[in-house]
Write a protein that binds this ligand. Structure first.
Ligand code: FMN
Length: 154
């Protein structure tokens, strides 16, 4: 069974809720799913990752949540090269923060791209000003993502 790893960056748990809600959708599509809520770069690189999904909210002024800082810093410092990685990205933010809206998700997308990873489809940006529960937007997005990117294996 292919392995889907979900990497979570969160302060208040919204992004973790998203990960937990979408997990069964991927299981139904034929994946073994692991959620990392204290992610390290080794979680990504030390065992096969057939597909990755990042669920990352933004804090401060466009900054990564504390639990995600070690992961992002390791990519910057170690420049691991991720050419075989295919991933999706769900960014949580709040447009009332203006220019730094979904800043962490956007920054992560850049870091992954610099390492040669391939994003499948567009990034989803969930705006807390419009969507109270991020899952409400993320769940149908994931279903559509699996369909449009032909990710179903079972
Ligand atoms: C102190 C603080 C700073 C924030 N800064 C930003 C920001 O710069 N850009 C943004 O888009 N959202 C920002 N947000 C909004 C959060 O990203 C948003 O509420 C998100 O849904 C929280 O997700 P979580 O429950 O996974 O932590 C901030 C929220 C707080 C409390």
């Amino acid at each position: 069974m292919p392995m889907l790893k979900i990497f979570v960056g969160t302060m208040y748990g919204g992004a973790l809720d998203v990960a937990e809600q979408v997990k069964p959708v991927f299981e139904e599509a034929g994946y073994e799913v692991a959620i990392f809520d204290q992610p390290t770069l080794e979680d990504l690189t030390d065992s096969p990752t057939d597909l990755a999904l990042f669920c990352v909210s933004t804090t401060g002024s466009g900054d990564f949540p504390g639990n995600f800082v070690p992961f992002a810093r390791a990519i910057e410092e170690q420049s691991p090269g991720l050419a075989s990685l295919r991933y999706g990205l769900i960014a949580l933010g709040d447009s009332s923060y203006g220019d730094t809206f979904c800043g962490a998700g956007r920054q992560l997308d850049r870091l992954l791209e610099e390492q040669g990873a391939q994003r499948l489809g567009e990034r989803l940006e969930v705006d807390a000003m419009e969507t109270f529960m991020a899952d409400d937007e993320a769940l149908p997005w994931v279903e559509e993502w699996i369909e449009s990117q032909q990710l179903k294996v079972a």
